[in-house]
Structures are given as structure tokens and as C-alpha cells.
Design a protein around this ligand. Structure first.
Ligand SMILES: NC(=O)c1ccc[n+]([C@@H]2O[C@H](COP(=O)([O-])OP(=O)(O)OC[C@H]3O[C@@H](n4cnc5c(N)ncnc54)[C@H](OP(=O)(O)O)[C@@H]3O)[C@@H](O)[C@H]2O)c1
Length: 294
């Protein structure tokens, strides 16, 4: 299969690349497939004509994994149009190309489509109600995809993605924790972190699954993250514990840490559906955090 992966320089794109290119004999992804990793240089999602041009000038793919996104949650409050183009309109265009060319599309979305007011883990059937621009543009992308592609696509919502790569909560905490004796971290936002390598592994497992290979499957939404229910404050404490960084973590409220974009309070998501349908295993967040830091 020819598999196109967008967002090659992002956390998830790099994590997929890492697994694919260190495949062992049991999981030899390169042997069975041709992976094409692209960044904005090759496929710029901010340009409608650029997207058309890319697909007009490349051979047909079997699967597109869309890892690219406008992910700067606070900046999105100002750059509404750009965030909407990348997270919504480009997804709509990708879905319509995929539909015409009969390509399967795996698209990644976010827990930030929810308002965070629930006291139970969110199910895929729960009503989204985003409270910031990023979440609104991601939800618009989900809806446009479902409309353009009622079959042959899947949307995987992840939460709190971190990895060895780039700017993320774990890397930020490690950088700050080494410089300071104490840090204030929000303790009233609850969720589950997602180690990008685990999500990448889950996506690659799904591609091999016979349920995925069946023709004309209805497009579905799935939730994926690591297991566990924590606050950013708990997360920071564990990061310092594993990395043996001597930095005290003080719990603070969201109100004490105002940001341009509002954050949902509780975005814990149920992972039962993806586990049942694709036999995807979800690892405990502490286990995965250890792997990432070590
Ligand atoms: N990060 C999180 O906490 C989080 C949480 C929940 C869900 N998600 C979702 O998970 C997916 C993967 O996220 P991630 O953490 O891997 O994101 P990331 O590290 O920010 O990577 C996103 C990638 O998208 C690329 N991109 C941005 N604008 C583009 C454009 N105009 N054309 C082409 N590529 C463009 C970026 O390219 P450059 O490297 O060139 O900037 C970057 O490599 C996204 O759909 C995101 O919405 C993320």
C-alpha cells in the first residue's frame, strides 16, 4: 500500500516515522508498504491550490494519515482564519480528494472538541461543544470530513499529546524544572496524556486490522489516549519523579493561570470503542511517560 503521512515534522508524524523505520521482522511496515512522509514544504495545507497541485502530480495513495494540524491553541484565538483553513477547510479538501480517488483517510482530532463539563469519560457519541477556536476548527474539520466521506475514513481523537519531539508539556516541564526550584501547575484540568509513539503504534496496528481493510466501512470516530485520569499538576510531578529533577510542583487553579484560549476542565475520554473494534491496547500513562523520558 502507498501510505501518505502528513505533518512529517510534528510529534505524531515523527513518531510514525520512527516506528516504520525501526521495524523489526515481526512488524516490517516498510516491506509491506511504501510510506511517503510530507511536511508543509511538499504539501502546504494552508493553500487550496497547493493541495490540489500535490494530488494532481502524485500517484494515487491507498491511505492518507493526516497528522498535520494547526495546534497552537492560544495563538489560534488570533489566527482564526489560518487555523480554520488548516484544521477545517484543508481536511474537507483532503476528504473530498480521498473520496473521489477511493483512498482511505485516517484523520486525527482532539479532546478539545468537548467543553469539559462532563463528570464521566466522554464517549464518541457525546455531543461536542468546543470552547476555543482550536477546538471549533477541529470540530468543523471532523464534520466536513464526515460529510465529504461518509465511508472509508476514521477520525481518532487524542488528548494531551507529548513525545520526545518538539514543544510539548513534558519537554517544557523538563526545561523549566532544571532551571527553577518550584513551578505552579494547573490542578483543576483533568484528562489523559497520549504518548505519540503509542498513538502511532495504534494507527499502524489499525491499518493491518481486517476490520479496517473491509471495503466501504462507514466513517467513524474513535477516542484514544493512554490509560489514567490525571491533572496537569499530577503529570508534572510524575515527570520530575521519573527524570529525577528536584523541582517542587505547586497546584494552582485555571483562574490563577489565565491563557488567551479557554481550556476544557475534564476531557477524559473512553477508549472502549477503539479497543473493542481494533483490539488496540492502551498503556498506562505512567508506563508510557517512563518510556518517553528514558
Ligand atoms: N499536541 C497535542 O497536545 C494534541 C492534543 C490532542 C490532539 N492533537 C491532534 O493530534 C494531531 C497531531 O498533533 P501533533 O502533536 O503531532 O502536532 P504538532 O507536533 O504540532 O505537528 C503538527 C504538524 O502540522 C504541520 N503543519 C502546520 N501547518 C501546516 C501547513 N500549513 N501545511 C502542512 N503542514 C502543516 C506542522 O508543520 P511544521 O512542523 O512545519 O510547523 C507540524 O509538523 C493533530 O491533529 C492535533 O490536532 C494534538
Amino acid at each position: 500500500m502507498r501510505i501518505l503521512v502528513t505533518g512529517k515534522n510534528g510529534q505524531l508524524g515523527k513518531s510514525i516515522n520512527k516506528i516504520v523505520n525501526t521495524g523489526n521482522s515481526k512488524n516490517n511496515y516498510q516491506q509491506d508498504n511504501e510510506f511517503i512522509f510530507v511536511g508543509r514544504e511538499e504539501l502546504d495545507l494552508s493553500s487550496e491550490s497547493g493541495i490540489s497541485h500535490y494530488f494532481d502530480n502524485n500517484d494515487k495513495f491507498d491511505i492518507i494519515i493526516n497528522c498535520a494540524a494547526y495546534t497552537q491553541v492560544d495563538k489560534a484565538e488570533q489566527e482564526v482564519e489560518l487555523a480554520n483553513q488548516i484544521n477545517h477547510l484543508a481536511v474537507k479538501q483532503l476528504a473530498s480528494i480521498a473520496s473521489k480517488q477511493q483512498v482511505r483517510l485516517i484523520h486525527i482530532s482532539t479532546d478539545y472538541v468537548f467543553d469539559g463539563e462532563s463528570d464521566k469519560p466522554y464517549l464518541e457519541t457525546d455531543k461536542p461543544n468546543p470552547i476555543n477556536v482550536y477546538g471549533k476548527t477541529k470540530l468543523a474539520g471532523e464534520k466536513a470530513l464526515q460529510e465529504a466521506m461518509p465511508n472509508n475514513a476514521m477520525i481518532i481523537r487524542a488528548s494531551w499529546v507529548y513525545s520526545e519531539y518538539g514543544n510539548n508539556f513534558v519537554n517544557t516541564m523538563l526545561r523549566l524544572g532544571k532551571k527553577r526550584n518550584e513551578l505552579n501547575v494547573v490542578s483543576d484540568q483533568i484528562g489523559s496524556p497520549t504518548y505519540a509513539t503509542d498513538l502511532a503504534g495504534a494507527i499502524l496496528e489499525i491499518i493491518k486490522n481486517k476490520e479496517f481493510k473491509e471495503i466501504s466501512q462507514a466513517t467513524q470516530i474513535y477516542h484514544y489516549s493512554n490509560k489514567g485520569e490525571i491533572s496537569w499538576c499530577d503529570f508534572a510531578k510524575e515527570i520530575f519523579k521519573i527524570a529525577k529533577v528536584d523541582c517542587k510542583v505547586n497546584p494552582i487553579t485555571t483562574q490563577q493561570y489565565p491563557t488567551p484560549a479557554q481550556r476544557p476542565k475534564n476531557t477524559l475520554m473512553s477508549k472502549d470503542k477503539i479497543a473493542e473494534i481494533f483490539s488496540v491496547k492502551t498503556l498506562n500513562w505512567k508506563e508510557s511517560l517512563k518510556t518517553c523520558i528514558k
